[in-house]
Design a protein around this ligand. Structure first.
Ligand code: SF4
Ligand code: FE
Length: 481
């Protein structure tokens, strides 16, 4: 099958039998739900732009056998591939100002590709073959794959097997001739309601006592036993209020869910790791590394939109010429481009794995993500500074249109001449959406905790930073023997 159009993707999701709950009720029509639809639209953009001649080169990859696939299903074969991935993510961030959700699957695929190869080398297992077969199937159908890593973790001070409730980390509960049965959950799960398949991975390095937890596999998202509970977002129900203005970004968004795996059966040929606990750490490190690289693209694209919205707000307020405003916009751009530099640098410094696929430079990818835990917050702070308080105190669209209130809102929320009050309110709502509305989940808190919380990167930086080498350099120059 060729690449799917955006419409074909939507229709393929419509055929899925997902078990989704929100606000205590089952969602019967996930595809058309007003709160969930913007997240589907974001993934749809990854299909639409792949069909657009202007973005085709960035969005697709031609394989050695001549087949054209969506870049989200690519196994990176060079540093150019790694850089193009980041460029694609920045572009999609610019177009959606949201999490387009498909990167977790791409990053999971690349982590699985090289790790399964190395497990097989050591144990003579068939995981790499299983994985390649799964990937080919997804490429044939141009599916969206999700990548699920984060377990609920219960008592953070205890290993998986030592938890009071054994399900707090996803694990094997039954071993059968034809496969395994798993129980557990994955939290904060991006993309799960918008994907046809999900790759499940362990969330931490594991010891020999955690063999049942060292399990990785892929299953369709509507497999029996999988249940999704949608996470609440600040301002989410505005999407049901028959207003586009108050939503800020009516077209695109992202959602996360708590995903329950209640006795889910996984057939043998869909298993990519099963008890090889010493490889759990490698899979985690590689997936996290790729996803930390990803943020040097997607968050930068969203940052571009926020900077643009802030410049417009300054203009509509009549403050664009103030030197401090100009300087703050420069600072925002500097911070944003610094993140992009990190995304590009860890890609340019990538290297081949034993399987032949390319891995980013892990030290630089961790530096990238560490900066992402800080800079979007500063960019958002400057956006709020320049926009002014009106972006959180403006009346609603209904008031702007109201018989009694309309003329007053129109008159007193006016900025400069030549720009309508409505346009000024629109840009303020977009800033609100990104800084503290539904999109802040992706732009702010996900920047902090997504792909691992700040301390996880600091541990990697301390491991990869090579302090002994640096001490040697100093000793030599200081003449210390
Ligand atoms: Fe992709 Fe960014 Fe969303 Fe992760 S947060 S899935 S990298 S858009
Ligand atoms: Fe993420």
């Amino acid at each position: 099958m060729a690449l799917m159009t955006g419409e074909q993707y939507i229709e393929s999701m419509r055929k899925m039998n997902l078990q989704v709950y929100m606000f205590g009720k089952k969602v019967e029509n996930v595809v058309d739900d007003p709160i969930l639809r913007p997240s589907l639209n974001s993934v749809r953009a990854t299909y639409d732009y792949a069909q657009d001649p202007e973005y085709e080169d960035l969005m697709t990859v031609t394989l050695e056998d001549g087949r054209k696939i969506n870049r989200f299903l690519n196994i990176h074969r060079s540093t150019t591939d790694l850089m193009n991935k980041v460029k694609m993510q920045r572009m999609l961030g610019q177009k959606t100002a949201a999490c387009f959700q498909r990167c977790v699957g791409m990053d999971a695929c690349n982590a699985e590709y090289s790790t399964t190869y190395e497990i097989d080398q050591k144990y003579g297992t068939k995981y790499h073959e299983n994985f390649k077969k799964f990937l080919e199937y997804c490429r044939e159908n141009d599916f969206t794959i999700d990548g699920a890593m984060t377990d609920p973790k219960g008592d953070r001070g205890l290993a998986p097997h030592a938890q009071a409730d054994p399900d707090l980390y996803l694990h094997v509960v039954e071993r059968r001739e034809d496969g395994v049965v798993v129980c557990g959950a994955k939290a904060h799960q991006t993309g799960i309601i918008n994907s046809q398949e999900v790759i499940v991975m362990p969330t931490i390095a594991m010891g020999p006592d955690d063999k049942d937890y060292a399990i990785s596999f892929a299953v369709p998202t509507d497999t029996e036993g999988i249940l999704m509970i949608i996470g609440r977002q600040s301002c989410d129900t505005r999407k049901t209020e028959n207003t586009t203005l108050d939503v800020g970004n009516a077209e695109y968004g992202g959602v996360e869910a708590l995903v329950i795996f209640d006795h889910v059966f996984v057939p043998n040929d869909r298993i990519f790791m099963n008890g090889e606990n010493e490889f759990a750490g490698m899979l985690v490190e590689r997936f996290a590394g790729y996803h930390r690289q990803s943020y040097g693209g997607c968050k930068v694209g969203v940052g571009d939109v926020l900077i643009g919205a802030t410049a417009l707000a300054a203009e509509y307020n009549g403050a664009a010429k103030a030197s401090h405003v100009k300087d703050k916009l420069i600072e925002m751009m500097h911070l944003n481009e610094t993140l992009y530099c990190c995304g590009i640098a860890c890609s340019a410094e990538g290297a081949p794995t034993a399987s032949g696929s390319y891995l980013i430079n892990l030290l630089l990818a961790n530096v990238c993500k560490q900066n992402v835990t800080r800079f979007p917050y500063e960019i958002a702070r400057l956006a709020e500074d320049i926009a002014g308080g009106i972006f959180v105190t403006a009346p609603s669209e209904a008031d702007l249109k109201g018989e009694v209130t309309g003329p007053w809102v129109e008159k007193y929320l006016k900025g400069i001449d030549g720009v309508s009050t409505e346009d000024r309110m629109k840009v303020m709502r977009l800033i609100e959406n990104l800084c503290l509305g539904t999109a802040a989940v992706g732009y702010r808190t996900e920047s902090m905790h997504g792909a691992g919380s700040p301390q996880a990167q600091r541990i990697m930086i301390s491991r990869q930073g090579n302090l002994p080498m640096k001490k040697e350099l100093a000793k030599k120059l200081a003449g210390i023997k």
